[in-house]
Design a protein around this ligand. Structure first.
Ligand code: OFO
Length: 175
């Protein structure tokens, strides 16, 4: 069994992952409306990934004999001034999630909860990868600039990154 505090903290993380999934779904929709199909495919896939991150914690809590709770998800933002603004927010969101994972790791150290500490290692690595990915995307967007055809090239670039991610995930068995 988990401590009551750890159960509550992991349930809060479920809510964060669930919110990320909905936020990215909202972003995917915005991109699709703007006919940025590469960006929307990328965000739909990220949204699904976040849902899987949420479910992974669900199963962990219940497997430990505690109770995973379905969170109330507030409606996420649905409009952005530009694709730059949107990806800046994705990056900021990932940083915030990483900080939350770091706090959970610190809590499991404090509680000497080695099982949760081991469970969280996957998230530590996943957040490192996601932050790097989002920084790469922002660097590419800045490199392309905001000239007249920039949206076309940004979308192509994100589409290529998305395909690479799918290939990597397939090679790793779908994570
Ligand atoms: Fe859940 O991986 Fe990012 O937020």
């Amino acid at each position: 069994m988990l401590s009551k505090q750890m159960e509550a903290s992991l349930n809060e993380q479920i809510a964060l992952e669930g919110y990320a999934s909905f936020l990215y779904l909202s972003m995917a929709s915005w991109c699709e409306k703007k006919t940025l199909t590469g960006c929307s495919s990328f965000m739909f896939r990220q949204s699904e990934e976040e849902r899987q991150h949420m479910l992974r914690i669900f199963h962990y809590i219940n497997d430990m004999g505690d109770h995973a709770l379905t969170p109330a998800i507030p409606q996420p933002k649905y409009d952005w001034a530009s694709i730059q603004e949107l990806f800046n927010e994705v990056y900021a969101h990932e940083q915030m999630v990483s900080e939350s994972i770091d706090r959970l790791v610190a809590q499991s150290y404090d509680e000497k909860d080695h099982k949760t500490l081991a469970f969280l290692q996957w998230y530590v690595e996943e957040q490192r990868e996601e932050e790097t990915l989002m920084r790469t995307i922002l660097d590419r967007i800045n490199l392309i600039g905001d000239g007249p055809q920039s949206l076309y090239y940004i979308d192509k670039e994100i589409s290529a990154i998305n395909k690479k991610q799918i290939a990597q995930e397939t090679a790793q068995g779908g994570e």
